[in-house]
Design a protein. Structure first.
Length: 343
């Protein structure tokens, strides 16, 4: 009921009795008392209406700006994370939130798998996104996120788009290297950095073109019983349920890499030393975009590959980009940090 209608109803109910009372009372003191009470009641009605109008104001979405994180972070114990995920999965009740549509979970794999292998591991649950990287020995490579409602078709299509981007990136690095003039120490180092970036990008492009064994994690949605079935499969390292997740666009998933066995630490890279401005960037686990590409603020330094799924049977909300995941120093696998264009 609007405030104006409420006031009119109050007038219709209060004023006639007050008028009759005034008419019956002849002395001035009685009239003054009745009018005083009428004034008090009218003020109370106006005040109550104002409070009601304020309380009736629609409340906006209070979750705006909030981000849910699922996975690991720098310094975390990988064995501890695996134990915690297993305990959470075992404790997940059949009546978990959103059980009708399924519970979101982060599935981490024991090894890097090709797209075709994913069908036997994830084929019977709803898949939203897969995570991949090319495991080049001793080099940092970009962590990519590929929307994949249909496995393996969407994963293959996503890898082809990543390969095309990497080929462009390699060409940009080569052009930058050729444009560096001079033979001083600084110029030679800069050319080496650009050449190294081109080498890594070209290797990534070649791997993705062939549908490489590069996928190491996925975001799925299924019932608790189905999630426990996935966790029991040979290629699965862990299933981390996230019943608190309702919107993927406000969730950051950070799965551990297969080579991470002890503690999540910044990676080592055997490539050329980064340019002086590299220290100003976020701690990388990825190859930076080609020098011609601009980099904005994001929850993940790595560019996110977006591959729309043709005619998906069950559309899923878009996921927010995850932060970069680091590799353990006890493995030769890492991801490259390319030179800064401004160097």
């Amino acid at each position: 009921m609007r405030a104006g209608n409420l006031l009119r109803q109050l007038d219709q109910r209060l004023l006639p009795p007050l008028t009759r009372a005034v008419a019956r009372l002849g002395d001035r003191s009685a009239r003054s008392g009745v009018l005083s009470w009428a004034a008090v009641l009218s003020a109370a009605a106006v005040l109550g209406t104002a409070v009601w109008a304020v309380d009736d104001t629609p409340v906006g979405d209070r979750t705006v700006g909030e981000v849910t994180r699922v996975g690991v972070a720098d310094g975390d114990s990988v064995p501890g994370y695996l134990r915690s995920a297993a305990a959470d999965l075992a404790a997940l009740p059949a009546s978990a939130p959103a059980v009708e549509d399924g519970t979101y979970a982060l599935v981490t794999l024991d090894a890097y798998l090709p797209p075709q292998r994913l069908a036997t591991v994830l084929g019977d649950v709803g898949v939203s996104t897969v995570f991949g990287r090319v495991p080049l020995p001793g080099r940092q490579t970009e962590i990519v996120k590929i929307p994949a409602l249909r496995v393996p078709d969407d994963v293959v299509a996503g890898m082809e788009q990543v390969a095309a981007r990497k080929e462009t990136e390699a060409a940009d690095y080569r052009a930058r290297a050729a444009a560096v003039d001079g033979d001083g120490v600084g110029e030679r180092e800069l050319r080496e950095q650009y050449a190294s970036g081109a080498e890594v990008a070209a290797a990534e492009a070649a791997a993705y073109r062939t549908g490489c064994a590069c996928v190491y994690a996925a975001v799925v949605r299924a019932t608790p019983v189905a999630l426990r079935g996935v966790a029991a499969r040979p290629d699965v390292r862990a299933v981390d349920p996230a019943p608190e997740v309702y919107r993927l666009d406000r969730t950051v998933f950070t799965p551990p890499l297969p080579e991470q066995r002890d503690v999540v630490r910044p990676p080592a890279d055997t490539g050329p030393s980064p340019a002086p401005t590299q220290s100003e960037r976020p701690a990388p686990v990825i190859s930076a975009p080609a020098p011609s590409a601009s980099v904005g603020e994001s929850s993940e330094p790595a560019p996110v590959v977006t591959i729309p799924s043709p005619e998906p049977s069950k559309p899923e909300p878009t996921e927010s980009a995850p932060p970069s995941v680091t590799t353990s120093p006890d493995t030769p696998l890492a991801e490259p940090s390319p030179p800064s264009p401004s160097s």
